[in-house]
Design a protein around this ligand. Structure first.
Ligand code: ADP
Ligand code: MG
Length: 334
């Protein structure tokens, strides 16, 4: 690629071919520099793979802090592995860049590698090409054979539990769009949730054998819980008064706006789980052991669909889940 006199080879060498973290699971036989990477899983493990693409103007605002873009490109994938109860090990990175801007690359790589180190993820390959800004990260991880969590295991009578708080990232995106709000401490906390989500990797791993189903909440609980219920062939019943909302969200939004962000905002990267009542004490121990707040918000029932209530009355979320190809887009195209 061209731009700034920095060639593709030099760009990869300078920003991405770093001695990275040792992988959290498995071993790297051959990393960056050959035609492909060669990787070895620990004995008795299944390979868990996921890929996510983020595109400028669609998944992040143009002009976003490159450190946040690098962090989020990896975080969205780590969240998928967390939902499977997998241990992340390796990533590959496909970068499409309008220009080889050293300041942008420096920030992007810092955001990516800070999070990679935290989770023991080694970057073992990728592709670099010129074009409109888009980033694809593929993540590879390991799970003891047959023990991966799935969306399909929820049973009638299971509790519905969620990690952390919901709606902060959606509200944080609103702050990113009107930066004059960012002098307020609550608004800054929300913005931070959007820019630097913390995927629940340790917790996902800790609830293997405890949760009967799991999924990450990336597109808003309303749509994502409906997907989990459908995959399991059960119904879900949730009292929205039980949704965990942060002090920052409650301080900056009306009760209705806060609920709308919690159910339809997206980008939270928390986990939603099904847990049999008999496993509730083990769930609490996993939460305490990984310092993860967990809230029970309802239960799964026989049937289909999600029944939302608010103070005993039926409640209809303002937005469903996000679908890139549905007519009513809630995403931005600035
Ligand atoms: P090929 O032409 O064989 O696909 P490339 O010249 O594209 O190889 O890449 C050379 C090496 O650099 C490969 O090992 C590839 O995986 C790695 N690589 C390319 N781009 C990136 C990137 N953005 N991040 C990490 N590794 C990269
Ligand atoms: Mg290539």
């Amino acid at each position: 690629m061209t731009g700034g006199g920095l060639g593709e080879f030099e760009l990869i060498r300078r920003y991405f071919a770093r001695a990275g973290a040792r992988p959290g699971a498995g071993s790297t036989i051959l990393g960056i520099g050959d035609d492909a990477a060669v990787l070895r899983l620990p004995a008795g493990h299944d390979l868990v793979a996921a890929v996510d693409t983020i595109v400028a103007g669609r998944h992040f605002l143009r002009g976003s802090d490159p450190r946040s873009i690098g962090h989020r490109a990896l975080a969205v994938n780590l969240s998928d592995l967390a939902a499977m109860g997998a241990i992340p090990a390796w990533a590959t990175l496909a970068l499409t860049l309008p220009a080889a801007d050293p300041d942008w690359l420096e920030g992007f790589a810092a955001g990516f590698f800070d999070l990679a180190r935290e989770h023991g993820v080694e970057l073992v390959g990728g592709d670099t090409t010129a074009g409109p800004l888009a980033i694809s990260v593929q993540i590879l991880g390991a799970v003891p054979a047959g023990e991966g969590l799935r969306r399909s295991g929820a049973r009638p009578g299971d509790l519905i539990a969620v990690t952390g708080t919901l709606g902060d990232a959606g509200a944080g995106l609103e702050v990113a769009r009107s930066p004059q709000r960012a002098h307020d401490a609550h608004a800054r906390a929300l913005l931070r949730h959007y820019e630097f989500p913390a995927p629940r990797v340790a917790f996902g791993r800790a609830v293997r054998g405890i949760a009967s189903a799991a999924m990450d909440v990336s597109d808003g609980l309303a749509g994502d819980l409906a997907k989990l219920a459908a995959a399991s062939g059960v119904a879900a019943a949730v009292d929205v008064e039980r949704l965990p909302l942060s002090a920052a969200l409650r301080a900056t939004a009306s009760p209705d706006q806060a609920l709308d962000q919690a159910l339809g905002g997206g980008d939270d990267y928390e986990l939603v789980l099904a847990v049999a009542p008999a496993a509730a004490s083990r769930l609490a121990a996993a939460a305490a052991g990984t310092a993860t707040p967990v809230t029970v918000i309802g239960e799964f029932l026989a049937g289909e669909g999600v029944r939302w209530t608010r103070g005993g009355r039926s409640y209809v979320p303002a937005r469903g889940g996000f679908d890139h190809f549905a007519g009513a887009s809630t995403q931005f195209t600035d």
